[in-house]
Ligand binder design. Sequence first.
Ligand code: GLY
Ligand code: MN
Ligand code: MN
Length: 439
Amino acid sequence: MIDIQEFVARRACFIDQMDLNSIAIFCAADELTRSHDTEFPFCQNKNFLYLTGFNEPQALLVLTKDALGNGQSTLFCRDKDPLQEVWHGRRVGAELAKEKYAFDQTFTLEQADEQIVAMLKHKSSLYTVHNENDAFDSQIFDWLSAVKSGVKAGDKAPSQLIDCSGMLAEMRLIKSQAELAVMRKANEITANAHVRAMKNCQVGMFEYQIEAEVHHEFAFNGARHPAYGSIVAGGDNANILHYTDNSDVLKDNELLLIDAGGELDGYASDITRTFPINGKFTPAQKEIYQLVLDAQIASIEAIKPGVSFAQLNDIVHEVFTKGLVELGILQGDFDTLMEEKACKQYFIHGLGHWLGLDVHDVGDYDIDENRRQNRAFEPGMIMTIEPGLYIPLDAEVDDKYKGIGVRIEDNVVVTENGYENYSLGVPKTIADIEALMAS
Ligand code: GLY
Ligand code: MN
Ligand code: MN
């Protein structure tokens, strides 16, 4: 768990960046109906969680900065209600929230309209995250209208509306030691889940049975929910990038691709492994698998401060182009194939992404007109590295490669001098996978 003082420091850091005489308002996530009167498991809005640590729906955070630069934090939340709590679960309540989450002041949600309208008066700028929640956007305009209705009495509403999603993204992109500790643990749990899948996999099982093994390991170890829809894709299903049906039978001599990560204390992990269902790679599977592994290792080994995703992509393209030519899957002159980015026919997604409270975490990639991601890595950034090769059944290649889809994905943090790979708890070399599955 992240210490409450870290949330206080994040709010202070945000307030530091606000204009003098300004206000910021953030909204908690809503509960989402699954069907009729049942809801999906609650998932807090990640910006709200980042600034508060408060994990209930129907709450508002207001940060203000006066003309002298003094900041204040205010939480509005549901009040205690014995009848509601006996049906739907405990609430922190406004009084306890002040102390437990270290806000300067707290109010009940019923007090929000009056208090927020008062706080908005005479502020110059209003910061919110735009276009995330329609009801909240229109609520903001209702509050502004209420302030403007007092214009004759001398009231003024903020004239500048600022979308602060970029400010928060920059803060969230560089992880603290406490965040990295949680993400390391999320990776350990997730790595063990992949190991469990490898150990329990048998020809004739169904994809959902392996999914159950993975989810058991997550939940049993405190990562109660997957960070995203788990992909458990046997054979050619691996060539559907976001395959989540997970309903097919697992066949002999085919590969199983599992892309699954547990979420711990709000932080995602995102690991992919691809392994033979019967425990032994075929020669053709070995060729494709080793090529993906070589590309993954070469790109991870290049990670250090100052390097960018664009540079890692160049490394992967070189390994893939050379390897695919050697296997006869690509034909032609190496330099021309590199220029044409010919390997993208089989490597059909990006090399990786930032990871954090969201699986595809926030943070600018500094993308140029050639779609190259030039953002220089800095210590504390954490990313996935996930090259893959996808050869569907209708690909124009030797039959032995058809229906093979391989992705290998690790979560890697940038350190002062290089990198640390958090996903080493699950094997990825051919020898190590076969040894684990034989044990
Ligand atoms: N699991 C989603 C991704 O790898 O990006
Ligand atoms: Mn990923
Ligand atoms: Mn993934």
